[in-house]
Structure formats: C-alpha cells, structure tokens
Design a protein around this ligand. Sequence first.
Ligand code: ATP
Length: 244
Amino acid sequence: MLLTLEDVRVHYGKVEALKGLSLEVGEGEIVALIGANGAGKTTTLKTVSGVRPVTSGAIRFEGRDLIGVPAHKRVQLGICQAPEGRRIFPGMTVTENLEMGAYGRKGGKGKGALGPDLERVYGLFPRLAERKSQAGGTLSGGEQQMLAIGRALMARPRLLLLDEPSMGLAPKLVTQIFSVLTEINQQGTTILLVEQNAVQALQRADRAYVLETGRVVRSDAAAALLNDESVRAAYLGGDVSASK
Ligand code: ATP
C-alpha cells in the first residue's frame, strides 16, 4: 500500500474530528472520500499532509511511519496537497506561481530543470498556457483552481491530495477538471480526493470511503457505491442518472 491510516484519532481541542479512522490508498489509484459536512474529510487530508497532528493511530507512506514527520518533509517524500480554496499567489504570474510549486521538492531545481514540468502542466491545462504572464489574482475561479492543481504537480507528487477541486465551478468546468484528474492519474500520480460532487468523484475514482462523524461507514469500489440505493439516497441526492 502507498498510504495506510490505521485507527487515527484527531482532535480540535475537545472536539474529536476523527474517531479511529482507517483507510488505504494503493499505488496508482484514485480514491475518493465522500460524506456529509463535518464528517472529517478535510481533517483526513490535513492529517495525511501533516498540517494536523494525530492524537493516536498510525499513518504510513510506503510502509514508512509518518507520525512526527513535518509537512515539508512529507512533500519531499512525495505527498502534496493542492492549495486549499485556490490559494495561489495573486501578484505573481501564472508561470511564477507554478515555479513556486517546485520550491519544496527534492532535487531537480537547477536552471532550466523546471521546463519539462511546466510543459506538462501547460499540456494538461491549455487555458493556463495561454495566460503564462497573467497575474494569478486576475484569473477566473476555474483558472485559479487549475493553477492550484498545476502548482501541486510541480512538486512531482506521488500522492496528490485534493480538497474539493470542483468547488464553485460551472458544470462544464467541473467535467473538465475531473477529466484532467484522470489524465494526471494515468500519467502515474496516485490521487486521494475529497468531493461534495460525489457523483462525478465516484465516476472517476477506483474506490471510495464514506465518512460519517469521523468514521468510515462504507468502503467499496466506486462503481458499487455509485449504484448502491442507500448511498445514492444519502449522499448523491438520490440522483437516478448517477449510474455509469
Ligand atoms: P465539509 O464537507 O463541511 O468541508 P468535512 O467532512 O471536511 O466537512 P472537517 O472540516 O474535517 O469535515 O471537520 C470535521 C469536524 O471537525 C467538524 O465537526 C468541524 O466542526 C471540526 N473542525 C474542523 N476544523 C476545526 C477547527 N479548526 N477547530 C475546531 N473544530 C474544527
């Protein structure tokens, strides 16, 4: 397994946000976390990226114990989260924003070394390629989201963590973002994804976990969850067009 969480508990003061959560992500998979507001999805990602400490439990990446490993070291190991809420650098150009993404990674930062990485991101997001010199803050919401994902890719992650990449986007753009995520995955990056847009997430994911109040209540192949009546009623808005 690439990533393993075992009986993880996380607290915010007295509030127990994760109550013994266990999950696994295999190399090459897209795994989705779905669940109601406050279920602990974002907290799970923060725990993996290392910005939130655990109270107890185990986190392993390629068998290596991550407890106590600070966030920046986890980036060097290959765990990278796309900036939350599209937090890009508004005063910097698109290219400069992307270059910042390579800052925390190990090696390959010498002169000209970023060229292939930039080309890869611009290949995935032609809209960004057309706006290389534009200030990040003047991009549309969807373009900023693309930039945030692109910036994370510059770190050459083995495991890409994404918190609601489709939030606030028009339906057409949502489909586009999800199709790029599939492409990123096919290029070899494992993805752990949190999504409110559960139907699209399950259509793209290999497997998924359903979280409820800090625990995993279901886990299965994404297609199986997508076609499960009770999951559809509770999490997919009962959308009958949800099936693949
Ligand atoms: P959403 O879909 O609404 O983003 P989520 O599943 O991502 O929800 P989390 O953000 O992980 O849920 O929150 C899990 C629980 O932890 C919630 O009860 C939330 O109120 C609590 N929590 C999250 N962040 C904090 C914080 N900084 N301080 C106190 N409690 C917090």
